[in-house]
Write a protein that binds this ligand. Sequence first.
Ligand SMILES: Nc1ncnc2c1ncn2[C@@H]1O[C@H](COP(=O)(O)OP(=O)(O)OP(=O)(O)O)[C@@H](O)[C@H]1O
Ligand SMILES: [Mg+2]
Length: 329
Amino acid sequence: MPDEAPPIIQVENLTRVFRTYRKRPGFVGGLKGLFHRTYEETAAANKISFSINEGEFVGFLGPNGAGKTTVLKMLSGLIYPTSGSATVAGFSPRDRKNEYRRMFSLVLGQKNQLWWDLPAIESFHLLRHIYGIPVKIHRQRLDELVDLLDVGAKLDVMVRELSLGERMKMELVAALLHGPRILFLDEPTIGLDVVSQRSVRRFLSDYNRRHGVTILLTSHYMADIETLCERVIVIHRGRKIYDGDLAKLDTTGSRMKIIRIQPVDSWPADWTAPGRILSSDGGEITLEVPSDQVVDACQQILATAAVADITIEEMPLEEIIHQLFSADH
Ligand SMILES: Nc1ncnc2c1ncn2[C@@H]1O[C@H](COP(=O)(O)OP(=O)(O)OP(=O)(O)O)[C@@H](O)[C@H]1O
Ligand SMILES: [Mg+2]
C-alpha cells in the first residue's frame, strides 16, 4: 500500500480565550475601574480539531463572531493559542519562523495589506526583496497572476485609487508571489460586486488546481463556498459543529426555500400556511418551504388571497448554519 502523505494542516484542541474588560458607566465607574476591573472571558476558539490534506480547498463557515478569523490568525502565527496545538507544513505557527512565513499567506478581505500610497507593481517589487524571490521566478509568477486576474492595466495605479475589486485582486497577487503552499483567505470577496466575486472565484479555483495549493476560505457568500469547496468546517461559538461534505450539509437546510408574501388586505382567518412561518409582520408573511413544494405552495397562496407581492429566495447561509446548530447542538 502506498504511504499516505500526512495532512498539511493538523489542528488539535486549538483554544483561544479572550479577556474583555468591562468599564462601569460614568466617572465614578471609571475610578472604581482603577481598583477593580471586571472582565469576561470568551473562548473564541474552543478545542477545535481538524486536519487538512495538501491541495484541499476547504470552506470555513460560521455566523458572525463564531471564531473563524481567530483560528486563521492562530494558524498564521499572528496570535497565540491559549491551549492546544497547530502544525502547518511541519511548522508550529506560534514559533513565527521565517521559513514558515514563506509557506503560507493570509488574505484578510476587511484589511488592506498592500502599501496604500504606492502603485501595486512597486509593492510587488518590494515583496520580491522581502522574500528574496529570484528575479526570473518573480517575473514568471507575476506574469501568470496578472494574466489570470486580468489586472495588467492597473499595475501602475496607486493602490488607494483602485476599486475594491481591483484592490482585492492585487492583494491576491501579493499573497501568492512568494509561492506559498497554503493560503488562508478570510472573506476575500466581501463587498465585491457579483462580476468581481465571480472572477475572484474563478481565479481561486484555477490556481488551486494548477498549483495544488491548500486553501482554507471563510466567506458569508454561499456562492463562494458552493463553487469552490467540497468540504466545509462549520464552527459556532468557538466550537466545531460540522466537518464534512458540503453536499451533506446542504441537506440540513438549503433544500428549503424562503417565500415572502405580501397580501393586498389580510389573510383569511382559517388559512393554513403551506410551510413553517418564520415571521409575520404587518401582513407580510415569511415561510420556509421545501424546495420541491414551492410551486404547490405558491398556487395555494395565490388561490387563498389577493397577493400584492411574492418572492422566493434561497435559504441564506446563516440560516443553514443556524438550523444546523439548533438541530444537533
Ligand atoms: N482581540 C480580541 N479581543 C477580545 N475579543 C476578541 C478579539 N478578537 C476576537 N474576539 C472575540 O472572539 C469572538 C470570535 O471572533 P472572530 O473574529 O474570530 O469571529 P468570526 O467568526 O471571524 O466572525 P465574522 O464572521 O464576523 O468575521 C468574538 O466574540 C469576538 O468578539
Ligand atoms: Mg472574521
